[in-house]
Ligand binder design. Structure first.
Ligand SMILES: O=C(O)CCC(=O)C(=O)O
Length: 266
């Protein structure tokens, strides 16, 4: 596990997540945030949606269906400033240590305003997609969340249920509101911090009761053998970068997106 300390591996395995402080510089956060804010004002024609079959669920580029929240999908497609996070040098060693052969799939942003309501407790993959075997931690899906603004207790921040990436029993998740979920904790951080978590971990977003906007970027990875197009066929447009985008990427970023070389997409 090059560059990932024994303590970090211990804690990731124990909790299902790590909060890494100060990964992005102030100026990196500022340029990511100002580009995001410019894009949030734009309209996207999404003509590709016309070729998606009616029975397939597809997300538009700009989503506003949750009150007081704005989500954009497919960040590097929208602006090259977001390439920086595809294979971030501080984060990449963790991806290799905890996944083996990570590949970037989904990228999105979530900006929340005051009165945005908490979501529901959920996990992206079952607990059987997390293992420790023959000295290796393996999570089939791992999410990385870059905080561009403060994620304080009342800012609509994430919350997590430590250990739930390998819990044996389920509760009725919808019956437990926010931090009333037994064992749950808020994940509080500052601009530039990065939360990395196994998608087998139960997580949720809290109510936002403060003024101002909380903006995060989400870069989600799967093991190379996991077939992303089968999982979410309607959203492949946001996952896949055509060669005209990949041509500008660094070798490390190309490696992290190499599944796209074998894929065609509308
Ligand atoms: O930032 C948040 O509010 C939570 C986002 C989340 O849980 C998700 O995108 O799966």
């Amino acid at each position: 596990m090059d560059q990932v300390s024994e303590e970090a591996a211990f804690l990731f395995d124990l909790q299902g997540y790590l909060l890494l402080r100060g990964v992005l510089t102030t100026s990196e956060c500022a340029s990511l945030l100002s580009t995001l804010q410019r894009l949030e004002e734009e309209k996207f024609p999404d003509s590709w949606l016309d070729s998606v079959p009616e029975d397939v669920v597809a997300r538009p580029t700009r989503e506003t269906k949750i009150g007081q929240q704005l989500r954009l999908n497919g960040m590097p497609i929208l602006d090259p400033v977001f390439d920086l996070l595809i294979a971030h040098p501080t984060i990449t060693p963790y991806l290799h240590a905890f996944m083996g052969d990570p590949q970037l799939i989904n990228t999105w942003s979530i900006s929340k305003k005051k009165d945005s309501k908490q979501g529901g407790w959920h996990r992206g993959v079952p607990t059987t997609d997390y293992s420790y075997d023959r000295g290796m931690i393996r999570t089939r899906m791992l999410n990385t969340v870059y905080f561009l603004t403060d994620n304080g207790l009342h800012d609509g921040s994430l919350m997590a249920l430590p250990g739930s990436h390998k819990s044996n029993l389920d509760l009725k998740w919808s019956e437990h509101d926010g931090l009333e979920m037994p064992g749950s904790v808020p994940v509080i951080g500052a601009p530039g911090d990065v939360l990395i978590f196994s998608e087998a971990l139960l997580h949720n977003g809290m109510d936002k009761t403060t003024d101002g906007i909380r903006s995060n970027l989400y870069y989600n990875y799967v093991h190379a053998h996991y077939h992303v197009a089968m999982r979410e066929p309607g959203n492949i447009h946001h996952f896949y970068f055509p060669e005209k985008i990949r041509a500008r990427l660094t070798p490390e970023q190309r490696e992290m997106t190499r599944w796209m070389e074998f894929t065609r997409c509308p």
